[in-house]
Design a protein around this ligand. Sequence first.
Ligand SMILES: [Zn+2]
Length: 603
Amino acid sequence: MDLNSDEFFYGINKSLYFKTEEQKNEMKKMDPEYITKTGTDFVLLPNSPEFINHNEPFEPMYIPKQTILEESLRREIERICFADTLLNKVVFDCADPSPFNKDTDPNVYGLEVLPYYIPQTKEDTTLVFESRFESGNLRRAIQICDYEYNLILKPDYYTTMNTQWFYFSLSNTRKDVEYRFNIINMMKPDSLYNSGMKPLMYSEQGAKHKKIGWFRDGHEICYYQNNMKRKNGGYYYTLTFAVKFQYDFDCIYIAHCYPYTYTHLCRYLKQLESDPAKKNRVKRKQLCQTIAGNTCDFLIIGDFNNGKEKKGIVITSRVHPGETMASYVMEYMIDFLTGNTHEARILRENFIFKIVPMLNIDGVVNGNYRCNLAGVDLNRQWIDPNKKQHPTIYHTKQLVKKTKEERDLVLFCDIHGHSRKKNIFMYGCSGKDPNRKELVFPMLNRNNCSVFSFKDCCFLLQKDREGSARIALWREFSIINCYTLEMSFCGADFGKYEYFHFNLDIYKEIAQSFCLSIIDCYEPEQIKVKQMMEEIEQNSLKNQQKDDKNNSGDEGSDYSNDDPKEQAMPQQIQVQSNDQQLGSQTKKLKKIPLLPPKKKKGL
Ligand SMILES: [Zn+2]
């Protein structure tokens, strides 16, 4: 085998595996931010694609076929009945050593690692999977037929759950062949994949030849409960989809939402800082270090004149690593606030913004969906965050406290993605103001943003969300306008974008209308605020039940079916299967190496 010949790699992204010192140094020169600390034993390969074409047309959702569930279940039963005839060949595992090239020393070829599977001939059509890059989280791929694969995702570190986000690549494609992928260890009871949502894909050939960035693709998409029992009760769910690729020997990336890595954020912040026009509008400061030792920065935005009388606003995002759209909206907000428009100037003159763009950096780096490296949902830790286990929450809370001491802190918002509902909406807190002023800011957003749905907003104080940023900070610091901004992973179910997926244009509109709503909310004449208060009065919103149960599907209820015991006792990955029925594909998953021992201290 000649590893250096192009034929050897057959469309595998060769540069992904090259990591000689010389090449590493070369890369560092080009991109000093590319190496991030994982806090785990994982190899982190460089360069996953970020290119998104901003001129891409709006992509329609698919219309679910009536018989799709029947067909998917039929296929599932066939796989069980004819289990003996399936290939059941493990063609990728991100942690276990590969039996295919165990005698090959990658160093001989100047590589740090080899792909798990390497096609032996040009006729070998086996796909070559990879996920050992930033935010990647495919644990294992099992080929069950020539063009069909079962995929298993890594759960969040120190948990056995939270599989929903996915990001991986595959190479050695053949064009116009129908491939089918079944992600078989999903955990949420329902998914927007049954309501028109398609997965995102990126083709290296498509990007190179046609300048196409991330795009939606896939057909015969279905999300259903499968027959694999979970250890502590209940069953796993499968996301299945078919797809035809456009090119031979292409490398395709597949993701749950547009990826947005920590590296991406570092590059963006660096660019922001080095923009001479923005130098007097934004300051970048270090908030703290994460458990893995990554730097968490925050921004202060304002015109930095006459500090004290300016009102304070704190905005945070990406406490949940899999909710990547939050980062795009955050980036557009920062762009707007530091921009040249008249409105941006008004905002900088009247407010000081403190912004923490990525609260769960380690989770983002390691491909988690929800938790940090201590295995906890950081958005349940705001009442009494631990400095060592939840450093970004601890220090953000200090930042909020300090802002409150310095000035009138008028607004807090934490940006999220929502996995079961469509539209954009907010969660707020009712109870302190008899006039229900907390409704006003979401109503202003409704007026300014075409996809914002006020009817999806909820102002209920749920017991199990007491530890969320919204409720904990509202209670402790009496911030009436204390919100979670939620954006669907899918799209809108009303208005001019009904049946279309959200894309960067929409994220930009949300960010800008959020900023404009701040002006509407706090301008001295209070013209629009008065209109909203009238509307509240007229529609008896004031006396309406504060807890609209229909809308209470909040930041965490996706797991309402989960066994609480499982959450209380996080364990290492162990996907249990009904072996007789589904074969050996999942039963022998070895434990994933977790934090190196020294890092475990203090957890
Ligand atoms: Zn969230």
